[in-house]
Unconditional design. Structure first.
Length: 232
């Protein structure tokens, strides 16, 4: 199942001029960061380490300009960002759902800098209010130095859950994890804590919980409690 996708059009390495454009974008970002925000962050995390260190300050300035909806003078960072895609090659990056697991597909035909710039310029397609939430998350992604998997998703989204359902609708996921009946909208703190303690007791191996699954289940139960308590 396709969760998010971005096409970045770019000049070929042998081209005398360096150009950049965007193609198809499918970037759901609500509730933030959403699948789209996680994909953009993953593109930055994968490629920023291969970008010349001398260019990092200007990349940070570009993020500030896009966050503030300022005019970005072209060319920028050795590339001209344009609408025309004629004669350009392209890279496509996807975030896919496999059941509740999330997988990434990176199709890198251009340079690392082109992938970073494509991800950053994609933010311009979003409302300014969303950019101001997502840009700090993109800065976090640029500091990541580990594999792109569940730990990265949890780090970027600020959650201990990294499943498809948890990112798509955190409240609905949390209500289901804690076993609230269908149709429950906003349980009180007392009910949340009672469900949390009950689920935690059943999940613990000392009370018959599966030892192999207990660790992840306890993390999910605890995260579900946090989501619901913070939404009160």
């Amino acid at each position: 199942m396709l969760l998010a996708e971005i096409e970045i059009f770019h000049s070929r390495p042998i081209a005398p001029t360096r150009r950049l454009s965007l193609g198809h974008l499918y970037l759901p970002v609500e509730p933030t960061p959403g699948f789209g925000g996680v994909l953009l962050g993953a593109i930055l995390a994968v490629h920023i380490g291969e970008v010349d260190d001398d260019l990092i300050p200007d990349i940070q300035r570009l993020l500030v300009e896009i966050e503030n909806d300022s005019r970005v003078v072209q060319p920028r960072l050795r590339h001209r960002f344009q609408v025309d895609r004629h004669g350009l090659s392209y890279s496509r990056h996807r975030m896919m759902g496999n059941g509740e697991s999330i997988e990434f597909e990176f199709d890198n035909n251009g340079t690392p800098l082109q992938q970073v710039l494509g991800a950053i310029y994609s933010l311009e397609r979003l409302d300014v209010s969303l950019r101001r939430i997502l840009v700090p998350i993109m800065r976090r992604a640029m500091t990541w130095r580990g594999p792109i998997g569940p730990s990265f998703i949890a780090y970027l989204a600020g959650t201990n859950a990294s499943s498809v359902s948890a990112l798509a609708d955190p409240r609905a996921w949390a209500l289901e994890i804690l076993g609230f009946p269908s149709g429950t909208v906003k349980p009180g703190k007392r009910d949340i804590m009672a469900r949390f303690r009950e689920k935690l007791r059943h999940a613990h191996p000392d009370h018959g919980g599966d030892e192999v699954l207990a660790s992840k289940l306890i993390i999910d139960i605890t995260e579900a409690r946090r989501v619901l308590i913070e939404s009160l």
